[in-house]
Design a protein around this ligand. Sequence first.
Ligand code: ZN
Length: 137
Amino acid sequence: MKLITIDTLDNAVKAHLIKSKLESEGIPTFLHDEGMVTLYPVMSPALGGIKLKVPQHKAEEAMAILRKFDHQPVKDDKGDIVKCSHCGSEHLIAETSSWRDSKGIFSMLLALFFLVLPIYLKTVYRCLDCNKLTDKD
Ligand SMILES: [Zn+2]
C-alpha cells in the first residue's frame, strides 16, 4: 500500500481532527512527524510539518472531503452562518483576541498587575477573502 501526502499541518489538534473526519468516511489516514512537531514546534518548518498521508487509491476521495471540510461556514452560538462584515464572504476562521476593546485592555492590565492569565477573551473572525476581522456582534 503506497501512502501519499495530501496535506501538511503545523498543529497536531487540527491534524487529528482531519484524521478523524477522513477515518469516519472510511479512509485509513496516517500522521507522519506528529511527535517531532509536537515536541519541537520550532522544528516544524525544517521537518515540513505534520504530514497527512492516505493510501494512493483513496487520495482523490480524501482531497474532495478535505475541500468540503475546509469550506464549512462558521456558525455563531445561535447556529446562524457568520458572514464577513466587509465583503459578505462566508469563508471565515475563528480567532481569539483580548485586545479588541476596552474590556480586553482592562483585563490585560489586571493580568499584568496581578501576574495571572487574562480572563477576557473575545472570539473574532478573520475573512479568508479580504483578510479583515469581523466581530460576532
Ligand atoms: Zn471579507
